[in-house]
Design a protein around this ligand. Structure first.
Ligand code: 5CA
Ligand code: ZN
Length: 437
């Protein structure tokens, strides 16, 4: 599907260092590899109730990584999905009496508009789950043929819900035994670093079905859900009509559009388990190679003491703030005032602080009209260093504040100040905020 229009990214003099990023599996920061083109896959939205501040923070964080690579002279192939068919979307459509396709299309369009306003660099490949179904069918068929996936019989659960025969599950135990001598082989828990007891409640909370009868392991994830009355379905060839499970969607989209392994898979920390662990398992079972070299995760954004989520409904929507006249650059500044890996809460004070910071920077850039000076050059170096260091945007913003304070002090003393244009380019290229708006 169509992504959104790319914002302009000015070239800065010189180059940034290759960035480091915190690798969730390794639990430490690593310097990203030198390569001509980095591959980035960030898990996209499930399109209902888009785009809340948690989504925005996650995509802004990986946008900082994208920009860090570009400034280090590394090109980026960026892929993102849209989970445009899945249980929560269908449930919402049903609740609100909407056609699920229409709901998905409207919310995806709203997300595009928000991303464009926030100057998030678009993915080169923006792919809906619905577009990936043939890839999924082939992959699941292959996994069954190789004994790594199996179908379960039908039954009626204790709530009286009938489950038809034929749903396909991934056999995590068998998959975990593939090539144990390979140092890069897959094991469950590799990314999330949780043990089985810790996984179980999270699995149930995040889309898993531990109680499904007939599964070989309670944690085995769904690969293919056969058709139910009233649910959309697609031709699954030998699998029968149905629709894809969630993890296999991201695995297949990334395997089709990126090399294996690609550089970084990203998403919010709520995707570490089961989504990224299981997706990596599917990928290794299919290709005998890890899916990504690194997995990186953003903290959760909350409101009034709870995680911001569509299911709870405690949302601050980017589109609402924009409609109130808040400059998208100010929204970005409010987000970037928090380190991407921390959990944080959205507050009005955060927005006020971001607005003041924005105004101060705009004014300083406007007045610093002489050619580049030492102070601006130093700021360029500092901001680059902070952002190369695990995307430390809060420290980069403090360096910019210090530049503005120093520039204002010199202007107050009647001195000429320069480098406003360099600082504006820096903020636009690395932080995606337009101070010349
Ligand atoms: N479609 C799946 C990923 S394949 C999904 O998780 N969709 S989502 O709409 O629920 O979330 C989209 C992205 O925003 C994911 O990367 C998710 O981890 C992230 N996200 C969701 N809620 C928050 C939050 N409160 N704070 C930070 N990030 C969040
Ligand atoms: Zn995903």
């Amino acid at each position: 599907m169509r992504a959104w229009d790319a914002p302009s990214v000015p070239n800065l003099p010189g180059h940034a260092e290759r960035p480091t990023i915190f690798d969730t599996a390794l639990q430490r920061s690593v310097q990203l590899e030198q390569e001509e083109t980095a591959g980035l896959y960030v898990c996209g939205i499930t399109p209902y109730d888009a785009t809340h501040m948690g989504h925005a923070a996650t995509y802004v964080a990986f946008d900082l990584l994208h920009r860090a690579w570009l400034d280090a002279g590394i090109k980026v192939t960026y892929v993102q999905n849209v989970t445009d068919v899945d249980d929560p979307l269908l449930e919402r459509a049903e609740r609100d009496g909407l056609d699920w396709r229409q709901l998905a299309e409207e919310q995806t369009e709203l997300f595009r508009t928000d991303m464009e306003a926030l100057r998030v660099l678009p993915p080169q490949h923006y792919i809906g789950a619905v577009e990936s179904i043939e890839w999924v069918v082939d992959a699941v068929t292959q996994l069954i043929d190789r004994g790594l996936a199996y179908t379960v019989p039908g039954y009626t659960d204790d709530k009286g819900v009938q489950h038809p025969a034929g749903d396909v599950y991934f056999d995590i135990e068998k998959a975990g035994r593939i090539n144990p001598e390979d140092p890069e082989h897959w094991e469950l828990g590799q990314i999330c670093n949780l043990n089985n007891e810790e996984m179980l409640p999270i699995f149930a909370e995040r889309g898993g079905d531990p109680d499904r009868e007939g599964k070989r392991n309670v944690l085995d994830p769904l690969l293919w859900r056969v058709e139910r009355a009233g649910e959309p379905s697609w031709d699954g060839k030998s699998l029968g009509a149905g629709r894809p499970g969630w993890h296999i969607e991201c695995t297949m989209i990334s395997q089709h559009l990126l090399p294996a392994p690609f550089s970084v898979q990203g998403g919010g920390s709520d995707l570490q388990f089961p989504h990224h662990d299981m997706g990596a398992g599917h990928a290794y079972a299919l290709a005998g190679k890890p899916m990504a070299r690194h997995y990186a995760h953003t903290g959760m954004v909350g409101l009034d003491g709870e995680k911001m989520s569509k299911s709870l409904g405690n949302l601050v929507l980017v589109s609402k703030l924009r409609a109130q006249g808040v400059n998208p650059g100010v929204i970005r500044l409010a987000i970037m005032d928090n380190h991407y890996r921390t959990d944080w809460f959205w507050t009005d004070e955060l927005l006020t602080k971001a607005q003041n910071r924005f105004d101060m920077l705009v004014e300083s850039v406007r007045q610093a009209t002489r050619e580049n000076d030492e102070l601006a050059q130093q700021t360029l170096t500092q901001v680059r260093q902070h952002l190369s260091n695990d995307l430390d945007a809060p420290s980069a913003l403090i360096a910019l504040d210090q530049w503005a304070i120093a520039a204002q002090a010199r202007l107050n003393d009647g001195e000429d100040v320069g480098g406003g244009s360099l600082v504006a380019d820096l903020v636009l290229a690395r932080l995606g905020v337009d101070l010349r708006d």
